[in-house]
Design a protein around this ligand. Structure first.
Ligand code: KIV
Length: 265
C-alpha cells in the first residue's frame, strides 16, 4: 500500500525537479477520482464558497464549512496530501489559528493548512509550525482581501510590489512554512521566488516555472462561465472527468500547462 504524501516528499520532488500536481476538491466523489488519477495534493479550498455555495467571494466561508468539506475529502483518500484552507477571520491571532487548524486536522482529517498573507502572518505560521502543523502560505492575489485589493487582478507588477513579494516569501519560509502558493503574479517573478526558497512553490496564474500547479477543479472542467485567463478547460478534449483530470496531471508533469497564453508578463 502506498504511503500518504508528506511535505518531505514534496520537498524531494522540488529538489529533483518533478512537478507537483495540486487540485481542489470539496467532496468524496471528486476526491476519489483525483487520487486515482494521481493528484498529489488535494486542496479543500475556500473557493468552495464560490463553486459550491454560490457566493460571490470566499469571505462567507466558515470554519465549520471547511471542517465538513475537509472531512468529506479525507474520509476517502489514502495517499494524496489533503490540505485545507483556513477561512477568512479564522486566524486573526496565533491562538485562534492553532485551535482552528487543530479542528481542520482532528475533525476534518487535513494533513496541512493554508493561510493567506505574508509578514503579518509569520508569527502565526511559526506558532502552528512549532505545534507540528504543516503550513502553506499564500501570496500574490489573496482572494480573502478582494475588497481591499478592489478585484481579482494580477499582483506584483511594480518593482516595489515584486520586491515585497520576494521578501514575504523568504519571511514565510523562515517562519516555518512548508509550502507556498503564488496566485496571479508575473511568471518571471514567480520563477525568481521559486528559485529563491527551498520550500515547494505551487502556482496558479504564476507561470510554468513554479514547482507545481494548482487549479480550481470546476475551472479545469469548464464549469466556470467566466474563467480567469490562467485557466485551461481540460474537458474540451476529454470524454470523462477522469480523463480531463488525467490530461491536467500529464500537462503539469510535462510542463505544457500553463502555456504562454495562461501566464502573465
Ligand atoms: O481556495 C482555493 O481554491 C485556493 C486556490 C485558488 C489556490 O486557494
Amino acid at each position: 500500500m502506498s504511503r500518504r504524501i508528506t511535505v518531505s516528499v514534496l520537498r524531494k520532488m522540488k529538489e529533483e525537479g518533478e512537478k507537483i500536481v495540486c487540485l481542489t476538491a470539496y467532496d468524496s466523489s471528486f476526491a476519489r477520482i483525483q487520487e486515482a488519477e494521481g493528484v498529489e495534493v488535494i486542496l479543500v479550498g475556500d473557493s468552495l464558497g464560490m463553486v459550491i455555495q454560490g457566493h460571490g467571494s470566499t469571505l462567507p466561508v466558515t470554519i465549520e464549512d471547511m471542517v465538513y468539506h475537509a472531512r468529506c475529502v479525507s474520509r476517502v483518500t489514502r495517499t494524496a496530501m489533503v490540505m485545507a484552507d483556513m477561512p477568512f477571520m479564522s486566524y486573526r491571532n496565533s491562538d485562534q489559528a492553532l485551535l482552528n487548524a487543530a479542528r481542520l486536522m482532528q475533525e476534518g482529517g487535513a494533513c496541512a493548512v493554508k493561510l493567506e498573507g505574508g509578514a503579518e502572518i509569520c508569527d502565526t505560521v511559526s506558532h502552528l509550525s512549532r505545534w507540528g502543523i504543516p503550513v502553506c502560505g499564500h501570496l500574490g492575489l489573496q482572494p480573502q482581501s478582494v475588497n481591499k485589493i478592489g478585484g481579482y487582478r494580477i499582483q506584483g507588477r511594480t518593482e516595489s510590489q515584486a520586491r515585497q513579494l520576494i521578501e514575504h516569501a523568504r519571511m514565510l519560509e523562515d517562519a516555518g512554512a512548508d509550502m507556498l502558493v503564488l496566485e496571479c503574479i508575473p511568471a518571471t517573478l514567480a520563477r525568481q521566488i521559486t528559485q529563491d526558497v527551498r520550500i515547494p512553490v505551487i502556482g496558479i496564474g504564476a507561470g510554468v516555472d513554479c514547482d507545481g500547479q494548482v487549479l480550481v477543479m470546476h475551472d479545469l472542467l469548464g464549469m466556470n462561465p467566466h474563467p480567469p485567463r490562467f485557466v485551461q478547460n481540460f474537458m474540451i478534449e476529454a470524454d470523462s472527468i477522469s480523463s480531463a483530470i488525467h490530461a491536467y496531471i500529464h500537462a503539469v508533469k510535462q510542463q505544457t500547462f500553463p502555456g504562454a497564453e495562461q501566464q502573465f508578463d
